[in-house]
Each structure stands twice: as C-alpha cells, then as structure tokens.
Design a protein. Sequence first.
Length: 129
Amino acid sequence: MDEKVVFMVDLDGTMWEDIPNEEAEKRTMGAKVFPNAVEWVNERHAEGHYICFFTARWAKLKDVTEAKLEDMGVKYHQLLMGKPRIRHTEYAGYHHIDNCSIIRANRFEGAWTPLVKKQIEVHTFEDMK
C-alpha cells in the first residue's frame, strides 16, 4: 500500500471469535484470536498506518478489551467503543460517509490475507452538474 491510511478494525468476529457484549466480561480474555490477525495489524502499524479499533462493545467493557489487546501484543493507536450494533438486527451493514477520502472498505471473511485491489461497484453521491 503506497499511501498511509487509518485502518478502522472491528474486534469481535474480526480479531478474535465473536463474543456478544452480554458475555464479554467473562469470555474476552479466553477468546480465540484468529490466525495472522495480530501479525497483519502489527505489520500495518510498522508501515506507519494508524490503527484504530472500532467496536460495538459497551463502554463498560473497555478495561477487559484493553487487557485482551495488551495480552495479544497487538499494536494500535486508538480504541473506540460503542459502534452501533447491527448483528441480529434489521440493518444490512454500515455505510460510512465522510468529507475525507475513503480509500476502501473491506469485509472480513475469516482470513487475514494480503489486501488486493479489485474493481467493484460502489454507491457514491451523484456528481453536481
């Protein structure tokens, strides 16, 4: 990746097994970390990218979440709690709108492999005429 970017990375179901907030206090420290997750994130950090974990975990889970991240040895710059929970709701996904460049979005499919460029169809605002 030529340019430095901010990676917004989810935790449950992305860095480690999916744990509902209701069970997170007891299960987080024992959560199974996905293969290559720590290595992939730490490589991006070493390349100078900004790593922000953005999770739907409740604010009261911050201490146990930070403890898990420290235990894993993952390097990051910021942890944001309270992303809207959409799993098991009527919502199909997230749609990020920002006045800064959005380089790309990636759906985690269970494997931390290299990022590749693909031509895809996206939603965008109509050009002003």
